[in-house]
Design a protein around this ligand. Structure first.
Ligand code: ADP
Length: 246
């Protein structure tokens, strides 16, 4: 597991005796994107909760960046290591501009006290401009976040996570509620981000998963049911029977 960004090995967690995650093993490489699919209750959210330290597994290892055991750390420590999580609903500061949202995200790790006296330095300006380009919001940098479309708010929040310079980005159903063109752009944007960072996307929308073009893991009952390309996974007889089959 030396050159892996994320390595879940034999992870299990039970809630009141019910095994939500059951001997789950998953590997994500550096600068690799992985899409996680699976029916409701498959354990996708619980898996994300385990990676981010929100839920502690009963068994197994969660190794980050080839060495750090995440199961011993709390949520704040895990975030500081460079794991960013994007929840389904956007949580941007509506009454601030796009630029200010990114600037606040950029200075966040410097601590509450220093933020009182913070002004963006030259390096930060360059960094914010880069992020604006990545998340397709350069032309809206002075707009209040409240005035963005739903899709643009999602991109802004991804930008705010990028400001924290994560090595691993966890993204939960980013395109729910987006227009078709926003969905397409989101796939492109995530593909670009995954050139330099590891990205795990939990997603229900199969046409979006196809656009991501990444390796796919199908979870069911807290374990890996199938993995490979989307075609391999969706053509897998077990998946057809238990998930796609109707
Ligand atoms: P998914 O995200 O794939 O829909 P979840 O990870 O949310 O699946 O849930 C997996 C299973 O674990 C479900 O059966 C769910 O009811 C159960 N579960 C998740 N979290 C808890 C909890 N905190 N307490 C009890 N049961 C839970």
């Amino acid at each position: 597991a030396q050159d892996t960004m994320l390595y879940l090995n034999g992870v299990s967690v039970a809630f009141d005796g019910f095994k939500a995650i059951n001997n789950l093993s998953i590997i994500v490489g550096p600068a690799e994107m992985l899409a996680i699919i699976g029916p409701n209750g498959a354990g996708k959210t619980t898996m994300m909760d385990i990676i981010t330290g929100k839920t502690r597994p009963d068994a197994g290892d969660v190794l980050f960046d080839g060495r750090t055991d995440l199961t011993r750390l709390d949520e704040a420590a895990i975030a500081n290591l460079g794991i960013g999580r994007k929840f389904q609903k956007p949580t941007v500061f509506e009454s601030h501009t796009v630029w200010d949202n990114l600037e606040m995200a950029l200075k966040k790790p410097r601590g509450v006290f220093s933020t009182l006296f913070y002004t963006a330095g030259r390096d930060d300006v360059v960094r914010i401009e880069e992020i604006l380009d990545t998340v397709r919001l350069r032309h809206r940098q002075d707009e209040l976040a409240a005035n963005l479309s739903h899709g643009q708010k999602q991109w802004l929040e991804i930008g705010m996570l990028l400001a924290q310079d994560p090595k691993l980005l966890l993204v939960d159903e980013p395109v729910a509620g987006m227009t078709d063109s926003e969905t397409e752009e989101t796939a492109k944007l995530l593909r670009e981000i995954s050139q330099t960072r590891s990205v795990v996307v939990v997603e229900h929308d199969m046409s979006f998963v196809r656009e991501l073009g990444s390796r796919v893991v199908c979870l069911a009952e807290g374990a890996v049911l199938a993995e490979g390309t989307l075609d391999q996974v969706s053509g897998n007889p077990v998946v057809i029977e238990r998930y796609l089959g109707r």
